[in-house]
Every structure is written in C-alpha cells, then in structure tokens.
Unconditional design. Structure first.
Lengths: 114, 113
C-alpha cells in the first residue's frame, strides 16, 4: 500500500513557541491530505482538510490562526501549531488518499507543550 | 453533518471466540464504511471496508456487514488471536472515499489468553 510519512514523531516545546509537523506521501501524489487530533483513548477528530494549492478547510471549532496548514506540493502538507500552550498537547495524525477511497495515515506526532 | 456511534467502547473476549463491534450512522447519503485498527501508539490502518452497494464483505477472519435501511454496520472478527488486541474505529463518508470521513469513538478490543 501507499506510504505516508509524518515528522517529527514526537516533540517537546516550551509554551509560546511554534511547532511544525510535516506530512509526506512518499510514493503517490495526494491532492488532499487530512489532519486529525487524537486525545488519549479517544477517536480521531478531523481538524482540517488540506488541498494542494489552496487554503485548507477547517472543521468547526478549530482555530485557523492557531493551526496553520500549508499544502505546497502534491506530496507535502505541514501543520504549524502557533504559540503552543499546554492544552495543545496531543497526538496529531495526518492522512492522505490516492483517490481510490483508502486512507493512509502517517505515524502521528506526539506534541507535549511544557 | 454525519454522526457515527460505535459500541461497545470496550470489548473483552476469550482467545478463539468471536468479537462483534457495531456502528450506526445518521446520514443516509453515506456510502463508504471503512474500519481501522490502531495499536497503541501507532497509526490507524485500514483492515476492511464496504461500500453501500454491498451488504457483506469478508476477508479471512474479518467480515463487515452493512444494513442501509437501518443505517448500521458491524465488524466481525472470528477465531480471535492476541494480536487482534487494539482499538478499532469505524467510519463513514458520503463521498465514496476518504473525503469527509467521520469516525466512531473507537472500541478497545482485549483478547484474553
């Protein structure tokens, strides 16, 4: 199957700093990528849909100025958590589809804000 | 929007027994229903999916059934093994694919040796 790589797998930062997470489709082109947030023992909550070459579509309740998404190419989308605070600590996962239905997930990035 | 309910939240079965996880959805336009398995600290992986033009699909020990009239679908795992222990998520979308997937809250499946 297709491979989606996410980096970094974990990051610890100080409150007030910004953190960038990368999501790459390694062997296919993904016009659309998705970003999710997952709290411990909870489901995947869609944060935004990232479209190559256009602005991301954010889900209700997700601050677009807080979670900046850039999909600059068909194989790379980035999520930047700006001015991170402890409540932003979470597991962030991206996913992408080749367009045939199956969704491939990245490894996830665990963010801890001190 | 779509709302997906998943039950139970935790399921413990003896090794070798069967496990059934059930989901209901609210949007009658939904036509794609995948199931994902997520082991602790790892990414979710697709284990089986079904589209609305099919009522049942089977892949070795795993099967999924879909009842469009009742708007519910179920995951069946037979002859459970320790490696089946994980969190399972159902999902639904109306786009026929990955776009707009709404996930259930997950079921923690525990296989007792």
């Amino acid at each position: 199957g297709a491979v989606v790589s996410q980096h970094p797998s974990w990051v610890i930062c100080k409150s007030g700093t910004s953190v960038k997470i990368e999501c790459r489709s390694l062997d296919f082109q993904a016009t659309t990528m998705f970003w999710y947030r997952q709290f411990p023992k909870q489901s995947l909550m869609l944060m935004a849909t990232s479209n190559e070459g256009s602005k991301a579509t954010y889900e209700q309740g997700v601050e677009k100025d807080k979670f900046l998404i850039n999909h600059a190419s068909l194989t790379l989308s980035t999520l930047t958590v700006t001015s991170a605070h402890p409540e932003d600590s979470s597991f962030y996962i991206c996913s992408a589809s080749e367009g045939f239905g199956e969704l491939f997930f990245g490894e996830g990035s665990r963010l801890t804000v001190l | 929007g779509e709302n997906v309910e998943q039950h139970p939240s935790t399921l413990s079965v003896q090794e070798g027994d069967s496990a059934v996880i059930k989901c209901t959805y609210s949007d009658s336009a939904s036509n794609y229903f995948p199931w994902y398995k997520q082991e602790l600290g790892k990414r979710p992986q697709l284990i089986i999916d079904i589209r609305s033009n099919v009522g049942e699909k089977k892949d070795q020990r795993i099967a999924v059934t879909l009842n469009k009239t009742a708007k519910h679908f179920s995951l069946h795992i037979t002859e459970t093994q320790p490696e089946d222990s994980a969190v399972y998520f159902c999902a639904a979308s109306s786009g026929g694919g990955a776009d707009g997937l709404t996930f259930g809250k997950g079921t923690h499946l525990i296989i007792q040796p």
